[in-house]
Design a protein around this ligand. Structure first.
Ligand code: ANZ
Ligand code: ZN
Length: 757
């Protein structure tokens, strides 16, 4: 990329999936206003980089191809053409010289490079685990793609299945991912969604000594309740009971493994089974307590073991009720009669007696446990048993293990790519069979493909280098200044991209550790009926017809004016027509312009409009920017002679919003500087104020806006007042004593009497 002298500004919108049909209103609502912002920045003198590409791999494209009996590769080419034509019709200012398509080898070679970099750094690894399996998509899906126990894409219930899978070690960056949120200008809601997803929890590990078996370590955030721990519960996957001989334990384990994690957490009834031979000692009370297996305990969290404190934890309480376990209260709460101001240790605590909980936690952690921080975040599962993705660049050799393959590993054009449970690539012998790069023996390729979120986790680094085939990018690559896209990506895409950038930063490949300095989520365009647009509901609105009928500027301007950008709202035809009328008015004032000097009123509204529009376009507050321009047009139309210099500023202000019209009226406008407000005119030179005597209007006078009260009194010409009330720029009220009698009203209610203050 060429670096000009001016400051670079990287404006980016989330690249679309060229999957099924054409771009819809939702896309346009992402792209058109974001394009306005980019154009505005360019006119402000920035060297704007504003590329666009295609997120071409993935399930949507593959599922669409299966449904229509076509090939995703062929569809992608056709759809990309269509998308690009639509984007051009929209008047988008894109750096098409730097486009990318994630399903082309020129791109995915580097996605594979990224995989290998992570692999070589120990951040990509294979592990056998219980994965989320979608029967309908016939593939594993990531935890983040499970929504209320269902597949995010097709709403099929997710089941658990043991499988060897590739993971990226995002958990290693949990703390950095949290810390970085404090340094970026993102919507608070998105940041808190990420914080919740990462789920940091500060607590302690406590070890219960085994009497007949091994020790058991639990994770707790409430070590102060240790005295009330009357049982231990292990997750069914806990290694200590993996080979437990008890038939009831075996049966329980098998049954719980059929449930999804969500089902286990939502369990209406807490279930469990007591182990026959294990008992451990509570390190605080010295009591021997029983050990249960209970599937409300999750293996992936903490240590996969909890101390059950029925008196103070709801789950444990339900469980204890059911299995008749002791419920012992050890913490004073507000409900306790003799409560002190702060809750604290109540009984059975010896040297911790009387301590407040927070204090007790600290002391008990150092005496009886070990402080520990846990995160809910799990490693990112990245392999899919599907066809339409970047092949995982690994060769498996019986002797040497998993060995990096030479990249690119090209995805073959498979005629039959139907998912049948096993990855379709396994059926292509030519693809499958390979030579081990290390020992040159017979080996086979990894037949899984990478989750599309891997493709999109780094694409913003690639754009400036899209035409370079020797490097993926260079260390001098810069982060995105403003990133615009839907809030539905709050956790997945945006978290993955942050992780990849942090990993690449740590490895020394780039010089920053947060990809998107500023994030804007556009709202959602709803169907005219106020519902979410969906093909299945038949209420989708396509932009194409409107663009044909009204021209792209009208559609753009309506998107800018008709909605609050971050809120969205229902689509409306009627409003589109009034937007078209506004553009006609703009053309009319432009045609009526003459060489007159602007009046002070016009100078004032011109200056304030410029100032406001600048601020609004910078903060994505497009609707108020348009409203300001409308007022400006009204003021211009009210003039006998329309001053040309003011109209030209108007066209410049509108250029990022209605680029086609503006270019027609003022050729070359997009290369002109955006207007700057003349400070001198920001405050009005004169103002009309109301003159009152004893609160009755007697006159209206024009005053200089910087006039003092004394000057205004003189200008008003009322003398002999006892008291004067002056509201700057609005009103001056002379209270003349004695007040004239007020007929028919009680004295107390008489108006205008000066109050004694
Ligand atoms: C005893 C206790 C007493 C607990 C009490 C809570 C309240 P957060 O805050 O969400 O991090 N826990 C620990 N590991 C678990 C696992 N693998 N599966 C299910 N639950 C687990 O939750 C931490 C608390 O969740 C821990 O503190 C533990 O229960 C439970 F009045 O220990 B607690
Ligand atoms: Zn080998």
């Amino acid at each position: 990329m060429q670096h000009k002298k001016s400051k670079r500004y990287y404006a980016l919108e989330m690249f679309p999936y060229p999957s099924g049909s054409a771009l819809h209103m939702g896309h346009f609502f992402n792209f058109a206003p974001a394009d306005t912002h980019a154009r505005f920045k360019k006119m402000c003198g920035y060297d704007v980089f504003h590329p666009m590409g295609f997120d071409a791999f993935g399930l949507p494209a593959e599922n669409h191809a299966l449904k229509t009996d076509t090939h995703p590769h062929d569809n992608t080419l056709v759809n990309m053409e269509k998308f690009r034509a639509q984007l051009d019709e929209l008047g988008g200012m894109y750096d098409w010289d730097y486009t990318l398509t994630s399903c082309f080898p020129e791109y995915y070679k580097w996605t594979q490079w990224l995989f290998l970099e992570l692999f070589n750094a120990g951040l990509a690894y294979q592990k056998e685990s219980q994965v989320n399996w979608c029967n309908s998509c016939a593939t594993v899906i990531a935890n983040e793609q499970v929504v209320s126990g269902e597949c995010e894409r097709c709403s099929t219930s997710i089941i658990k299945k043991p499988m060897k899978q590739w993971f990226f070690k995002i958990t290693e960056f949990a703390e950095e991912l949290l810390e970085g949120l404090d340094r970026i200008d993102w919507p608070e809601r998105t940041k808190s969604a990420q914080r919740n997803w990462i789920g940091k929890s500060e607590g302690a590990e406590v070890t219960f000594t085994g009497m007949e078996g091994p020790d058991i370590t639990v994770f707790t955030t409430r070590i102060d309740t240790l005295g009330g721990a009357t049982f231990i519960a292990l997750a069914p996957e806990h290694p200590l009971i993996k080979d437990d001989p008890s038939p009831s334990v075996r049966k329980y384990i098998a049954k719980s493994l059929e449930k999804t994690e969500l089902e286990r957490q939502e369990n209406k009834e807490k279930t469990g089974v007591k182990t026959d031979w294990l008992v451990v000692q509570n390190p605080m009370t010295g009591e021997q307590i029983p050990i249960f297996v209970a599937d409300y305990v999750l293996m992936g969290y903490g240590t996969g073991a909890v101390m059950g404190v029925p008196a103070h934890d709801e789950c444990d309480f339900e469980f204890a009720k059911k299995y008749n376990l002791e419920i012992r209260k050890v913490i004073k709460t507000d409900e306790d009669k003799d409560c002190i101001t702060e809750d604290g240790i109540l009984i059975n605590s010896g040297k911790y007696d009387g301590l407040a909980s927070a204090q007790a936690r600290e002391k008990m952690t150092s005496d009886l446990g070990k402080s520990r921080i846990t995160y809910r975040l799990r490693d990112w599962s990245v392999s899919r048993q599907r066809y339409w993705g970047a092949p995982i660049p690994i060769i498996h050799c019986d002797k040497c293990g998993a060995i990096p393959a030479e990249i690119p590993v090209i995805l073959p054009y498979l005629k039959d790519f139907k998912p049948k449970g096993a990855p379709p690539l396994a059926n292509d012998k030519e693809f499958l069979n390979a030579t081990c790069p290390k020992c040159k023996g017979d080996a086979h390729r990894d037949v899984e493909t990478l989750d599309t979120f891997v493709c999109s986790s780094w694409y913003f680094l690639r754009y400036p280098y899209a035409n370079r085939d020797d490097v993926p990018f260079e260390k001098s690559v810069q982060p995105v200044d403003v990133y615009v896209g839907g809030a539905e990506h709050s956790v997945m895409h945006l978290l993955y991209a942050r992780f990849v950038v942090k990993a690449l930063y740590k490895m020394g490949h780039i010089g920053f550790d947060e990809p998107f300095k500023r994030m804007i989520h556009q709202g959602m365009i709803l169907a005219p009926d106020g519902q979410k647009m969906a093909k299945s509901k038949g209420n989708t609105v396509s932009p194409d017809g409107y663009i044909k009928e009204f021209g792209s500027d009208v559609v753009r301007l309506y998107m800018l004016f008709g909605f609050n950008y971050v809120d969205g709202g229902p689509w409306s035809d009627g409003a589109l027509r009034s937007t078209a009328k506004f553009i006609d008015r703009v053309k009319r004032v432009f045609d009526n312009k003459s060489d007159t000097k602007p009046s002070p009123e016009i100078e004032h509204i011109r200056a304030t409009t410029i100032k406001a529009v600048r601020e609004d376009l910078d903060s994505f507050s497009f609707n108020t920017a348009v409203a300001r321009c409308m007022e400006f047009v009204n003021a211009l139309m009210a003039e006998k002679q329309v001053p040309a210099e003011a109209v030209i500023d108007l066209i410049k202000l509108l250029a990022p919003m209605i680029p086609v019209t503006a270019e027609k009226l003022l050729p070359g406008v997009h290369d002109m500087p955006f207007p700057v407000a003349n400070e001198k005119f920001l405050t009005k030179a004169e103002a009309e104020i109301v003159v009152q005597v004893n609160s009755k209007i007697t006159d209206r006078i024009t005053i200089p806006t910087n006039a003092t009260q004394e000057q205004v009194e003189k200008l008003a010409g009322v003398t002999g007042a006892q008291k004067v009330i002056y509201i700057a720029g609005k009103l001056i009220n002379f209270l003349v004593w004695p007040l004239p009698p007020i007929v028919g009203k009680s004295k107390e209610k008489s108006e205008g009497r000066p109050s004694e203050k």
